[in-house]
Design a binder for this molecule. Structure first.
Ligand code: HEC
Length: 152
C-alpha cells in the first residue's frame, strides 16, 4: 500500500504544473488536447486494406445492367447506414459509435480493391459481407458507387 502511494506521488510531481509557463506542463496539456483529435482522424481515415488486396481490379464492366443490380443491392444492404445516395449517415440517428462515411467521397480517396476488401471484412459497426454477398455482387455495388461520383 505504502509503496504504491509513494509511486503515485512521484508520478504526480513529474507532471506538476508549478507555473502556467512551465514547458513540461504546456507539453502535457498540448498532448492531452491534441491526441484524441489526431487519433480519431487517423482512425477515421487510416483504415486501409492490405496492399495486395487494394490493387485488385473490378472484374465487372460499368454496363447499365451492372449499375442497376449494384443499385438494388446497395439499397438493400447498405443504404440503411450509408444513406440512399451513399452520402453517409448519422451516428446519433443510427445509434452507432461512428458515423457511416460518405462512400462517394471515400471512393475518390481509396481504390476499388480497397473498398472490396473493407466491404468483405468490415470493422467495428461496419459489418463484413463476405457471407452475405457474392464477389460479383460486391463489385457491382462498387461500380454503382463509382457511378455516383460527379464528373469533374
Ligand atoms: C450497420 C451500418 C452499416 C451498414 C449496413 C453498412 N455499413 Fe459500411 N460502414 C459503416 C460504418 C460505421 C463505417 C465506418 C467503419 C470504420 O471506419 O471503422 C463503414 C465503413 C464503410 C467503408 C469504408 C470507407 C472508408 O473509410 O474507406 C465502406 C467501403 C463501406 N462501409 C461500404 C459499405 C457497403 C458497400 C455496404 C453494403 C454492402 C455497407 N457499407 C453497409 C456502417 C455500415
Amino acid at each position: 500500500m505504502r509503496r504504491s502511494s509513494n509511486r503515485g506521488k512521484r508520478t504526480f510531481s513529474m507532471i506538476k504544473c508549478s507555473s502556467a509557463f512551465n514547458i513540461r506542463c504546456a507539453l502535457v496539456a498540448f498532448f492531452l488536447i491534441t491526441l484524441p483529435v489526431v487519433y480519431s482522424q487517423v482512425w477515421a481515415h487510416g483504415w486501409k486494406a492490405p496492399k495486395p488486396a487494394s490493387k485488385m481490379e473490378n472484374p465487372l464492366p460499368s454496363t447499365p445492367e451492372v449499375l442497376k443490380s449494384g443499385e438494388t443491392l446497395y439499397q438493400d444492404f447498405c443504404s440503411s447506414c450509408h444513406g440512399m445516395n451513399a452520402r453517409g449517415g448519422s451516428s446519433e440517428e443510427l445509434g452507432l459509435s461512428m458515423a457511416p462515411p460518405d462512400l462517394v467521397k471515400r471512393l475518390k480517396e481509396h481504390s476499388p480493391g480497397d473498398f472490396y476488401w473493407k466491404i468483405n471484412h468490415g470493422r467495428g459497426d461496419m459489418p463484413g459481407f463476405k457471407d452475405d454477398l457474392e464477389p460479383d455482387e460486391v463489385w457491382g455495388i462498387i461500380r454503382y458507387i463509382e457511378g455516383l461520383i460527379p464528373e469533374q
